[in-house]
Design a protein around this ligand. Structure first.
Ligand SMILES: Nc1ncnc2c1ncn2[C@@H]1O[C@H](COP(=O)(O)OP(=O)(O)OP(=O)(O)O)[C@@H](O)[C@H]1O
Ligand SMILES: [Mg+2]
Length: 486
């Protein structure tokens, strides 16, 4: 066997990794993760949208020396397989580079440790010229031109990250300044949610302050802890010697919330949409407002939010993505979370006061609901929350009323007498034949092809916990993996 070294071609690899799919807020959060890992207590984001526009992120963390900053700028500076300190928010050895260069063409890092200042710069246009991994070292004069440098100089240790030539942020914007103002509002909201436990200085974690253009960002607590109900004691799931802590909350009813609180919880619309699990890795929020296809987002669980704390030692199991914006729980955790969901559903089970109690109250979404009436008797009713029905009424709001009239007529005109006769005569009723997996997948494909690209995933998740699809989870997951459905 022979081998030779075949390195990636820098200009192309660097341009390609820009398309990993960061949004402005996830990119800024990836840089802030580094500051938090570097023990910073103050992080200042400054954004200047006019003329020679830039974004800068300054922290008072431990800073970097000559070797550390070289390592920091290298793509793949640390293996995802290395074990990390338990407070490290990093994993891939990429974030600083990929997140920054997904938004800009020039990334400068200036770091201070006591009297030593180091600076490095990746400039994509310069790399296109040299055709090599040419990392620039700036001289003192160049360093002193950066906004924020004075503040760094006054710190004992710290790091300043600057993004210039914001080509990706400008893409498709006619009025950049205005568009940026809006995007930056989104960034602020994102940071105040993602780091809310650091910002509020929860016990056992170092409190940090994040400033955005000199204004302190306030924590946005998605559980409204001082007003919500702790639905049950914490559940600990032990995995390979590591603890995953699960803490369910039930939010107060909307009538008991102030308008600020409603806003904090995601607005009236967000209240329902943001129910579900809130997964934190080292106390930093990773994914939220999802039931991981274990249950549908329903009215019954509208007020349920479940905090799940995972340590970074379990990254492998949770299949974390590079942007750290998605994480899928491993099977063992799903099983345990399933049990917790059931307990919660039991607690928040609603009594249907106006017509009796709904009979079937499992976590599956049925097409027909059966009610036991208070005055005796039963009532079958088409479930108006069945995902397809909800999707239709969302798509065609003007026929919602007509649909309801139609459903009522179907419900009132069930051919009960003939049904009864057929059943007692042991007739084979064809409506009752179950579809096979193939037919189910074909039906799903047809349903999904009519819905908007952006709604597909959500609809599929809702259908997977609805009958009849919930009985075919394995087949559906395989079809998704093959790329047949999404
Ligand atoms: N603000 C900072 N202060 C001190 N060191 C830093 C700072 N930013 C980056 N570093 C160093 O640079 C290294 C590389 O950072 P980078 O974000 O590229 O990768 P990572 O954090 O190790 O992993 P990930 O790709 O998951 O973010 C970090 O591990 C850290 O040692
Ligand atoms: Mg990082």
């Amino acid at each position: 066997m022979k081998d030779f070294e075949l390195s990636p071609y820098a200009p192309i690899l660097m341009e390609s990794t820009r398309a990993i799919g960061y949004s402005l807020e996830t990119a800024i959060a990836d840089v802030i993760d580094n500051s938090i890992t570097a023990m910073a207590s103050i992080i200042k984001i400054n954004f200047f949208p006019i003329d020679r526009e830039y974004v800068s992120i300054l922290d008072n963390g431990i800073g970097m020396n000559f070797f550390q900053i070289n390592c920091a700028m290298q793509y793949g500076s640390q293996s995802p397989n290395d074990s990390r300190m338990s407070n490290d928010l990093g994993r891939f050895g990429l974030g600083l580079k990929t997140a920054s260069l997904s938004q800009c063409r020039v990334l400068t890092v200036i770091s201070k440790q006591q009297n030593n200042i180091e600076s490095r710069q990746w400039d994509l246009d310069y790399i296109a010229q040299t055709g090599k991994w040419s990392l620039k070292i700036l001289d003192e004069q160049e360093i002193m031109k950066f906004s924020g440098i004075q503040e760094l100089m006054e710190m004992e240790t710290g790091t300043l990250v600057v993004w210039q030539n914001l080509d990706r942020m400008k893409l498709g914007e006619t009025n950049f300044e205005l568009a940026m103002g809006r995007k930056m509002d989104e960034v602020k909201r994102h940071l105040s949610l993602v780091y809310h436990r650091y910002l509020s200085g929860e016990a056992e974690i170092r409190k940090i302050k994040i400033y955005f253009n000199e204004v302190a960002i306030k924590p946005m607590d998605p559980f409204l802890e001082n007003k919500s109900l702790r639905a049950m004691d914490d559940e600990n799931i032990i995995l390979y010697g590591n603890k995953v802590v699960v803490r369910p909350y039930i939010l107060p009813h909307i009538s008991r919330l102030t308008s600020d609180e409603i806003e904090m919880l995601g607005g009236r619309e967000g209240l329902r949409k943001r129910q579900g699990f809130y997964v934190y890795r080292n106390k930093r929020l990773l994914v939220w407002g999802t039931w991981f296809r274990m249950m549908r987002q329903g009215e019954l669980s509208k007020l349920v939010r479940i905090q799940v704390d995972i340590p970074n030692a379990l990254d492998d199991l949770w299949t974390l993505d590079i942007k750290k914006s998605s994480a899928v729980p491993p099977a063992v955790v799903r099983d345990n979370l399933g049990i917790i969901i059931e307990k919660m559903a039991e607690k928040s089970k609603r009594t249907w006061t106006y017509r009796g109690k709904r009979e079937i109250d499992d976590s599956i979404c049925h097409i027909w609901n059966r009610f036991k009436m208070r005055n005796g008797g039963v009532l079958y009713e088409i479930n108006r929350e069945y995902p397809l029905i909800e999707e239709l009424s969302k798509q065609y709001p003007d026929i919602r009323r007509k649909m309801d009239i139609l459903f009522k007529q179907i419900e009132k005109n069930l051919p009960l007498n003939t049904l009864y006769l057929d059943l007692v005569n042991d007739e084979k009723i064809d409506n009752d034949t179950q579809d096979g997996a193939k037919e189910i997948i074909a039906v799903l494909e047809e349903i999904l092809c009519y819905s908007d690209e952006k709604d597909k995933q959500e609809l599929l998740e809702a259908l997977m916990i609805s009958e009849p699809f919930c009985s075919y989870a394995d087949e559906i997951n395989k079809a998704v993996a093959r790329g047949d459905l999404l």
